[in-house]
Structures are given as structure tokens and as C-alpha cells.
Design a protein around this ligand. Structure first.
Ligand code: GLA
Length: 380
């Protein structure tokens, strides 16, 4: 009898633990149906939450960061990420808003590169160049998704297989991207990839931020610091010339935080090519490959800031120059010129054709692994 009671007690205890674990899951990460694509496929939306009341929505379509809800200095929450209410718009209207970008973030000149003596031709989708993985890049695929709660942090693991020849790239690539959101408002993104043939790879996230809220208009009052003494100047099609140039004495100098609007309208050939800032900065690193502070952005109006940390050698700072009021985003907002900025951690554009840039080659048996952290906070 005593033995029987003892077993019941233990069973009860175990059941409680299991229920508690499940509760924890419900609290930290939830899944819902976001909607249907025109071809009938369902898109799911995961909500990652933390104890501060912040929440981040991520789609299994493109691993897209659909919203980022964080408090301002008065405790008022608003969504600082641009995006759409309808999943199909992410395939047809979106300039990569919030999406995971692959296989190769940024541009490859004329969609061509040579690797181990073989010449490869990629899908061309940006004047004469390939941009952000081609016509149907990683941003337009539905990823396999697996939510969990690990050490009280919401975690979403997304995986994708890209077949040999996808958009012209060699090798069957297996990519795994994990988003983790903790109680310090840090969103950590870990990118892993392997291949069965020599290839090139460069993964990033293309979130569009507005620290006054995604409906708030211009970001020219935001103050940005980029921890870089050099950048990679571009030609008129935004392909790097190969030069690693100093930022000193140019509008590209963000070594000390300054308002985005301060120099953006200067008549400068680089700014004219990009219609504003749309360049890759060469991050200052004491040791290659360590995770360090890459950039900060702050809105004096809301008090919200973002700190970006990465182990990557570069960051693309893009000031929404191609937004023109023609796309209707969330909350019926027509996003206008410079209503958002992006800080895309990455290897340099066109690295496969630039011998003096850090390599983006990946070979069988090697693992591509990089980490970027977006930390959201408030300053007075
Ligand atoms: C990147 C590019 C920009 C632009 C956007 C998407 O940031 O550098 O030139 O193409 O993506 O519109």
C-alpha cells in the first residue's frame, strides 16, 4: 500500500513537471496561422515573448521578422519593424522586409563568379547583377520550423535545403537559422550551413527598423554609430570597386554617433549612387571572427535604441532609399522614402569576385557558422 501511494506521488510530481514545461512553452513562444499564399500554402507566425512584455513575430516564410514590439521610454509599446499583414505580399511586394537572405546577401557583379576553375552564372535580378540570392532566394521559401523554450528563452529553429543549382549556385546547401529571444531584449540569430560541393555563402537578416514605430515616417532624426574606420566604395550599380577606403572626411564617417540626416543629402558620388546610404562598412575587429559591437541606432524621440553585435566582417547600412510610398504595409501604412533603415551584418558584397575581400567560400566538410545579436533598449 505504502509502495502504491509512493508511486502515485512520484507520478503526480512528474505530471506536474511536464505540465509546467508545457506552460512555459505557451508563455514564451506561440504559433498561429498567419494566412495563405496565393498557391494555397499556409504560412505560420510564431510569437516569441519575454518577461519585459516584449514580443517578436517570426514567419516560417523566409524566416521573416514580421514585428518587433518593444517599449519606449514612457513604457509604451510599439512595433519597430516594417512589414505586411498579408503573407502573399512578402512574395510579391516586399523589398526583403525582415527576411532571411541567402544564399548570398547583397550583390554579385553580373551574376557571375569562378570557383575552383568552374564558372557559375546566377539569376540576374538587380539591373545587371544578382541581389540577395536571386529571383527566388531564401526569403521566399517556407522553412521547416521547430519552436522550443530553452533556459526560459523562446527559440525558433528554421531549416531549409537549397538544391544543387538553386538560382545558379553550386552545391546542395543545408541551412539552419535559430532565433532566440531573452529577458534582456536580445534577439540572437545563429546561422549554420553545410554543402556537398564547393560554393559561396553569405547569410543575413534584412529587417527594416524605425525606432519611432513602423508607421512613424522618416528615420533621418535617428542617430547611428558604425564601428568602422573603413568602407567599401561602390560603382554606379552598387558593386564594390575593390578599394577599402577610409571613412575619415567623408559622409560615411559614423565612428561617432550622428543623425542619419546630417550628411545624407550631401552631393557626393557615393551617396548619389546609393540615393543615400547603401554601403558596406568594414567593421573594426580586435580579433577576426569575434562577436563585437558593430553599430548602434538611437531615436531621441522614443528613447529606443538597437545595438548590433556580430562576428561578421561587414555591415550594410541601408536607409530605405528605394522606398517610394508605393507599397502598402502593416496598419495600411504606405512606406515612404527613408522611413526605415537596415543594418545587415554580412561578408562584403561581391566577395566571390574580389580577391582582397574575406572569403565567402564553403566546402564539403566545413561548417559555416555566424552569429548576430540585435539588442533592443531604452535611453533617456
Ligand atoms: C539592400 C541593398 C539595397 C536594396 C535593398 C532592398 O539593402 O543594398 O540596394 O536593394 O536591399 O531594396
Amino acid at each position: 500500500m505504502i509502495k502504491f501511494l509512493f508511486i502515485i506521488l512520484i507520478a503526480g510530481f512528474l505530471l506536474q513537471q511536464i505540465l509546467h514545461m508545457n506552460n512555459e512553452k505557451v508563455e514564451r513562444i506561440e504559433v498561429k496561422e498567419f494566412g495563405l499564399l496565393d498557391d494555397g500554402r499556409t504560412v505560420k507566425v510564431y510569437t516569441l515573448k519575454n518577461k519585459l512584455g516584449s514580443s517578436i513575430e517570426i514567419l516560417d516564410l523566409g524566416g521573416i521578422l514580421k514585428s518587433i514590439n518593444v517599449a519606449d521610454r514612457n513604457g509604451k509599446f510599439s512595433d519597430i519593424a516594417l512589414g505586411f499583414n498579408n503573407p502573399q505580399q512578402y512574395l510579391t511586394d516586399s523589398p526583403y522586409m525582415g527576411a532571411l537572405i541567402g544564399r548570398y546577401a547583397n550583390r554579385i557583379a553580373k551574376g557571375r563568379f569562378t570557383l575552383d576553375g568552374m564558372e557559375y552564372s546566377l539569376a540576374i535580378n538587380n539591373s545587371e547583377n544578382t541581389l540577395h540570392g536571386g529571383i527566388t532566394g531564401f526569403d521566399k521559401q517556407i522553412w521547416k520550423s521547430s519552436p522550443s523554450t530553452v533556459n526560459n528563452e523562446a527559440q525558433l529553429k528554421l531549416s531549409l535545403i537549397s538544391q544543387d543549382g538553386d538560382e545558379g549556385y553550386p552545391g546542395k546547401v543545408s541551412a539552419i537559422v535559430t532565433y532566440r529571444f531573452n529577458d534582456q531584449n536580445k534577439l540572437t540569430i545563429t546561422y549554420l550551413a553545410t554543402t556537398d560541393k564547393a560554393t559561396v555563402i553569405n547569410l543575413t537578416n534584412h529587417a527594416y527598423f524605425n525606432l519611432n514605430g513602423h508607421t512613424a515616417g522618416s528615420i533621418l532624426d535617428h542617430e547611428v554609430m558604425i564601428n568602422a574606420s573603413h568602407y567599401t566604395p561602390v560603382n554606379s550599380t552598387l558593386i564594390p570597386t575593390g578599394e577599402i577606403a577610409t571613412v575619415r572626411g567623408t559622409p560615411m564617417d559614423f565612428q561617432t554617433s550622428k543623425p542619419i540626416g546630417r550628411d545624407i543629402n550631401i552631393d557626393d558620388p557615393q551617396l548619389n549612387f546609393g540615393l543615400g546610404f547603401d554601403h558596406n562598412w568594414v567593421l573594426n575587429k580586435s580579433t577576426e571572427g569575434i562577436i563585437s559591437l558593430a553599430a548602434t541606432a538611437y531615436s531621441p524621440k522614443s528613447g529606443k535604441f538597437i545595438n548590433v553585435y556580430t562576428d561578421q566582417p561587414g555591415i550594410q547600412f541601408y536607409t530605405g532609399n528605394f522606398l517610394d510610398g508605393s507599397i502598402k504595409g502593416k496598419d495600411k501604412t504606405f512606406y515612404q522614402h527613408r522611413d526605415a533603415f537596415c543594418l545587415e551584418t554580412q561578408h562584403f558584397p561581391d566577395s566571390p569576385n574580389q580577391t582582397n575581400f574575406p572569403t565567402t567560400e564553403l566546402r564539403p566538410g566545413e561548417q559555416y557558422k555566424t552569429t548576430t545579436i540585435y539588442e533592443f533598449g531604452i535611453k533617456n
